[in-house]
Write a protein that binds this ligand. Structure first.
Ligand code: ADP
Length: 259
């Protein structure tokens, strides 16, 4: 609590009483902590690739340039770390736009099979490189009220994760089904799964179940935070079911497009 106290005086300056104001700052303190943690996380996430890029560039200039195999290897690391930096900055800008309410959802009729197909085309190469079968299964003509480009972004983020956390030989399946009042969209993988107690936290910014594993595989830790915001903006719901060692299902529910 913040506490303010002030005497109340009469006209002849006699003490009549005291006013005490108790100001509950628990929520303010919590928000301030969230903000500080976020800044610390961002700084740390940005510093890691920058340090690596700087180090390898310096090593090259200090003579590694003359050794052909080092030259190639170090330049590749610089390229990889720059890509990571770029992804991080893109996700951060995206998240900050969304969190400031600085984005528009244009509610239109979105044909899910088309959105899925575009997402599949964009992710096909990555899935193939990871040795994962990417299956898309949406009935033609299934329509929801939403924003097609945002829906595609949701699909891409979920598929990216599903591929990242599924060992080679596995399957990632994206499907849609129609219920009485809503449309259900699923992204199912046969990957490493998520412990039940971790599930409530995975939508937090920068939260990772296994930090080393995730950073190693190139995640930014922001993908699901973005997904959650976009699903909320569509008045949708998102549920996660997972069986560690067997796989994970992200289940999304959206209002059907009526009329
Ligand atoms: P990241 O960029 O690290 O993947 P996300 O916000 O997209 O960040 O996801 C947060 C964390 O949730 C991940 O680090 C990972 O531990 C876990 N996770 C997300 N999707 C899956 C999945 N399909 N299978 C297993 N774990 C997952």
């Amino acid at each position: 609590y913040d506490i303010y106290a002030a005497p109340v005086l009469s006209q002849s300056e006699k003490l009549r009483g005291t006013v005490v104001v108790l100001h509950d700052i628990t929520e303010l303190k919590r928000l301030e902590k969230v903000r500080k943690d976020f800044v610390a996380n961002v700084s740390h996430e940005l510093k890691t690739p920058v340090t690596s890029i700087k180090g390898f560039a310096e090593t090259l200039l200090d003579g590694a340039m003359d050794v052909a195999e080092h030259r190639e290897e170090f330049i590749r690391i610089i390229q990889k770390e720059s890509t990571r930096l770029e992804e991080l900055v893109v996700d951060l800008l995206e998240l900050s736009k969304i969190e400031q309410g600085n984005f528009n959802i244009t509610f239109m009729a979105v044909e899910l099979d088309q959105v899925f197909e575009e997402a599949r085309a964009l992710m096909a190469k990555r899935a193939e490189e990871a040795g994962i079968e990417l299956v898309v299964d949406a009935p033609v003509g299934l329509v929801i009220a939403g924003d097609a480009s945002r829906m595609k972004q949701i699909a891409i983020n979920l598929i990216t994760n599903a591929i990242m956390y599924t060992p080679a030989g596995g399957t990632v399946r994206m499907s849609a089904a129609e219920h009485a009042e809503e449309v259900e969209v699923c992204v199912v993988d046969t990957g490493v799964g998520i412990d039940p107690e971790e599930i409530p936290r995975i939508f937090e910014r920068f939260y990772r179940v296994d930090k080393t594993r995730s950073r190693h595989s190139g995640g930014t830790g922001l993908g699901l935070a973005i997904v959650k915001h976009l699903v909320d903006a569509h008045n949708g719901q998102i549920k996660v079911e997972s069986q560690p060692g067997e796989g994970t299902t992200f289940r999304l529910f959206f209002k059907k497009k009526t009329n």
